[in-house]
Structures are given as C-alpha cells and as structure tokens.
Design a protein around this ligand. Structure first.
Ligand code: GLC
Length: 616
C-alpha cells in the first residue's frame, strides 16, 4: 500500500478510535449527538464506514439506484432512498432557468436530507457541450470541433466554465466527457468524439480537471463522467449501440487509453457503454468493468450504467432478475434505471436475499458512491450555491466559447485567396440553411435530446450575425437561404450548409455522408452565378463533398460551433488566422468508411490537415 494511503488509513483509524472513545477532537456532548459520518472533520473513509454501519439493505440498494426526474417526485425519491436523480436530454423544469433548476434540485435535497440518515442525492445531467439543457447556458463547440482546435488548455477552461454553470443550478454531476474514439463517421455520435485516434481524447481528457477543479467540494466544481466504457466508437458500420468486433489488443490500443487518462485525472465516475464487444453487451461484462477498469486501471470512483442499459444484456425488452444481478456483479455500482426504479430496487433486494448478489458487492458499490458524495461536500452543502448564477451565460463565458469556435475552424481550401473576406467595400452574399440558425449550429444535446432547428432557439450569435457585425465601411451583406437574388454584382458568396441536429442512433447515416438536396441545389445556383464561392460546412462529421469541391473556391469545416457562431466569421474575415487541424480523416467518398489515419486509403483531406492564411 503506497505510503500516503497507509498514512491516511492510520490517521483514519486513530481518529475513529479517539472520537468513538469520546476522548478527543470533539466535545463529548456533541460527539454523542452528532453521528460520526456527519462530522466534516473526520476522514471520508471513516465517515463512509460509520454511515454504512447505520444503513439497512434498502438504504444501500437505494443509493445504487438513479431515476429520471419525471419518474420520481422528491417525496417518492426520499421514500425509495434514491441515490441520484438525473435529467435525461431535454428533461427540464419549468421555468427552464438556473433558478428553476436550483429550485428543482433543492426540492429533492430537502426531501432526501429529511430522512433518517439524511443522505443527499447527487443530481446528474449531460453537460456535453456546456450545461446544454438549460436555456441561456453557454453552449460550446461539440467535441469534434474541440479535437480540431487541439488546445487542451482551452478545453480545461471549457470544463471549468461548464462546471460553474452546472453547479450554479444544483447539478453536481456532469455526464461528460465522452472519450469515445469514433472510427466510422457514419456513427451518429461521431461529433461527441474528439478524434479518430486515442491521442485526441487522451489530450482533451484534461477537461475533467476543469470540471472537477481542485476539489469536488468547491462550489464551482462538479463530478465528471468518463463515457462510454468501452468501444462505443468502434462498432461495425458505425451502428450506434452495435457490436464492436475487434480483438482485445485493438480494444486496448484504440479505446482504452482515454479511460486510463481519465482515471489519472481523477475522474469521479465512469459510464458503461451500450455497445457489445464481440457479441457480449458491455453492461454485463465483468472482465471489462471489474478486471479492466477497476482492477487494471485502479478506477476508484463509481460506475454508472447508461439509460436502461442493463435491459439490453439479454437482448429482450425490460430487465430481469438475471440481468440485474449480472450487471451489478459485473461491477456496475449505480443503475440509471431510469423509470422502473421500484421494480429495480425490489429485484436487487431479492437477488441479494437469494444469494445471487453478495453483500460485499453491495457494500463496495455503496463505499464508492458515498465516498464521492462526501468528497462533493453534499452532506455539508446539499443545496445549490446560487452565488454563481450571476455568471451563467455571461459575456466572459461566451468569450471562452467564441475562442473555442475560432480555434476549431479548419480551412480546407483557399483558391485565389478568396479568404479572408475583405471587411471594407465588399459585397457579400450569404446563403444556406445553416447560416442563420442557432439550433443547427449547436447540434444535438441542445435544450432537447435531439436538438432542433430554429433561428433563435438559444441565445447567442449565428454565423450570419458574425458576418454582418464584422462587415466594415462600405460593405453590403445580403442573406437569402436559397440563394435567390445572387448575381454577378457580388464579390463573393458564402454558403453555410451541412447537417441539421441529431443525437445518438438517430444520427447514424449508413446510406452515405453527402450533402442534402437543398444544399446541392444551392451550390449549383451560386456556382452558376460565377461569383467566387466559399462553403462553410456545419456538421457533426466530415461530409462527402468531393463532387462539389472543384466548384468551391474556399472551404471551411465549422463542425458544430454552439452558441457563439460569430467565431466562424472571425476566421472568415481573418480576425483569427485559422489554426484548426482535422482530427478526423476527411473521406473522398462515403464508400471509404471506415477511413482512418494509417489505413492506407486515399483521403480527400488527411488527418491533421488544415490551412492557414499566408500573411502578406
Ligand atoms: C443516453 C446516452 C448517455 C447519456 C445518458 C443520459 O442514452 O447514451 O451518453 O449520458 O443517456 O442522458
């Protein structure tokens, strides 16, 4: 046992002995009145031990249960002794404001801390590109853009801002970062990946340090979640929740390094992946969860299942007693049920009582969960610290996001120096469905699970806003989504095209990655005008644009920039000289998928590619 751990253990033992004998460290009267686990000066391990000694089996099973907020009221949550409540994507209180969230979370905490042992819940939500469920949050570029930015220090800052905005609403647990290594761009979650090889996720796993801060108990810190363990980005055909049919050697080489890095960053939780590995669902795989993650990687936090994830183990709808015991025995500590929480509790209780799940497994899970709750400071501060709400969506936070947008832009083509755009005495025609649409530029996981199109669905700046506000003296900017009105009087046309929002499997594109009919028609119309053409792709992945490329003079991959679309214009005008580099190989054709660096295929633009402006 390392020296530091030995010293901690000795200290804890000495402390407990002294305190329990009432001979030191606290006045005898208060020591008797205040249970040891409620003593903030006691070592966490001692508090956990004392609390667990007071817990019933139902108390312990409750801690291992997470329900969706729509499934349990605060009173029901307290009665079931639930350990956690979550907001699934788009599950928001009314009003959907920081105050509304804090009131909601605090109601659950009031109920939880009013029970006998008063164990607070921990509230979880998907903070995957900011606190994206909440209206008015700063919404950052999705991970695919941050991978192209290749600026881990900035990403750490993004983690800190995200945590500050989440903690201000009472959410002390973020289901992020996704450390998936997306190998097939047809996968609907490609944009949640930092890049196609592990180094991108490894480098950007530092976001965990930003989220968790110096201490989980800091009022601006939240607990991070490394997800999804393991192999979600490696499924055959890029099928979401599909089968990752690779050797253990390839699993270790491609998909494991980001989780090793996450553990080294002290990540508090790990979420298990829906996919199978060679035909076996991860949610039931003890080798992966217990031997690999908890054993070999020495992960000391707790493992959460994904949404209804244990239901998939036997391939049939719903969960059975066998699935519950297999998942818990595999090493899952907390189960995101999310609705049938009472059935889960009753089933797990029966599986313990009939010996299928040993009490040692229940105790290990509770030790892990309660350790994090003590470290989060939830016993001392169960209610939301609303002092941070003044900074929610602040200009300073948005400035961080705008810098991330700038750095994530990848300049892929710049014929005849069509870029940067002249600010003065110019005549710019802007077109395309993604030029003036906050919803499309933010992508999935924004206000709702799937995201949604809409010019102003969230506050911020569209790409067109940025082009307009960046225009200087004597410059005229015209916008028409369909390109109607384009003529030879314009100096340049900027077409902002690409994808509309999606999340998870609904974003799978087995049929190909080409532009949609609207975009193809638009580019044809603009090209026919003879005006120099700049194309900006707003998408969650590389798109199949080889056919259109010859008629494009300037090409910028903007990815999913989030709420600060003006950062794209900063690059178009040259206020920021593009530094982005592809963290995904850009295919010559969808038929090449999966296509990844080093596989010998001829890409349209290779991994690591990106241009900058030549400064005259
Ligand atoms: C989803 C996702 C996971 C998310 C969870 C809670 O199905 O797979 O990434 O954290 O459910 O919303």
């Amino acid at each position: 046992m390392p020296l530091l751990r030995a010293k901690r253990s000795l200290r804890a033992t000495v402390f407990a002995t002294l305190l329990l004998s009432g001979t030191a460290l606290a006045p005898a009267a208060s020591a008797a009145a205040t249970p040891l686990y409620k003593n903030p000066h006691a070592p966490v391990s001692v508090r956990v031990q004392d609390l667990m000694a007071r817990m019933t089996l139902d108390d312990k099973i409750g801690q291992m249960t997470e329900a969706e907020r729509q499934a349990a009221t605060p009173a029901q949550s307290a009665t079931a002794r639930l350990g956690s409540i979550l907001s699934g994507g788009g599950s928001t209180p009314t009003p959907n404001t920081p105050q509304g969230w804090a009131d909601m979370v605090d109601a659950y905490q009031r109920a939880a801390t009013s029970t006998g042992l008063g164990i607070p819940i921990v509230y979880g939500a998907d903070t995957v590109h900011g606190h994206n469920n909440v209206y008015g949050a700063t919404v950052f570029p999705h991970n695919i853009g941050l991978g192209a930015a290749n600026d881990p220090r900035l990403v750490e800052k993004i983690g800190a801002v995200t945590a500050s905005e989440a903690a201000a609403t009472g959410v002390k647990w973020g289901f992020a970062p996704c450390l998936c290594v997306a190998r097939d761009d047809r996968w609907g979650r490609t944009y949640e990946s930092f890049g196609e090889i592990p180094r991108n996720a490894v480098a950007n796993s530092v976001i965990i340090e930003g989220m968790q801060g110096r201490s989980l108990a800091d009022r601006t810190s939240i607990m991070a979640t490394a997800k999804h363990f393991i192999g979600d980005g490696g499924t055959t055909g890029g099928v979401d929740q599909g089968d990752t049919q690779i050797s253990l050697e390839e699993l270790r080489r491609i998909h494991l390094p980001p989780f090793r890095a996450a553990v080294e960053h002290g990540v508090g939780s790990v979420m298990i992946s829906f996919n199978s590995w060679n035909g076996v669902k991860d949610h039931g795989n003890k080798f992966l969860i217990t031997d690999l993650l908890k054993g070999e990687l020495h992960f000391g936090g707790y493992v959460i299942s994904d949404w209804d994830g244990i239901n998939q183990i036997d391939g049939q709808p719903g969960f059975t007693a066998a699935e519950v015991s297999q998942a818990v025995n595999a090493g899952i500590d907390m189960v995101m049920v999310p609705y049938d929480y009472q059935k889960f509790i009753d089933t797990l209780r029966a599986e313990v009582q009939n010996g299928h799940v040993p009490m040692s497994r229940i105790d290990d899970a509770n030790r892990r969960i309660l350790t994090k709750k003590f470290q989060l400071g939830l016993f001392e501060h169960p209610y939301t610290d609303r002092s941070q709400q003044k900074d929610f969506g602040s200009a300073a936070h948005r400035a961080v996001a705008r810098q991330a947008v700038r750095e994530s832009q990848v300049l892929l083509k710049n014929s005849h120096g069509v870029l940067p755009l002249a600010k003065k005495d110019n005549k710019i025609f802007v077109a395309g469905k993604n030029a003036n649409d906050m919803g499309n530029q933010a992508g999935g996981w924004t206000l709702t699970w799937q995201g949604q199109s809409g010019e102003r669905v969230i506050p911020g700046t569209t790409i067109l806003d940025g082009i307009r506000s960046g225009a200087g003296k004597g410059t005229e900017v015209t916008y028409d989504r369909a390109g109607d009105g384009i003529d030879a009087s314009y100096e340049v046309a900027v077409a902002v095209v690409g994808e509309t929002p999606y999340a998870e499997g609904q974003g799978d594109r087995p049929g190909g990655l080409g532009l949609d009919a609207e975009d193809v028609a638009l580019l044809g119309k603009l090209k026919a005008s003879g005006v120099p053409l700049v194309v900006v792709t707003v998408s969650g992945r590389p798109l199949d644009i080889a056919a259109e490329l010859p008629s494009i003079d300037g090409l910028v991959a903007a990815w999913l920039p989030g709420s600060e679309g003006a950062g794209v214009a900063d690059v178009l005008y040259g206020d920021y000289n593009p530094t982005g580099r592809l963290s995904f190989t850009w295919p010559r054709s969808s038929a090449q998928e999966p296509i990844n660096v080093g596989d010998g295929q001829q890409a349209l633009f290779p991994y690591g590619y990106g241009l900058s402006y030549r400064r005259h």
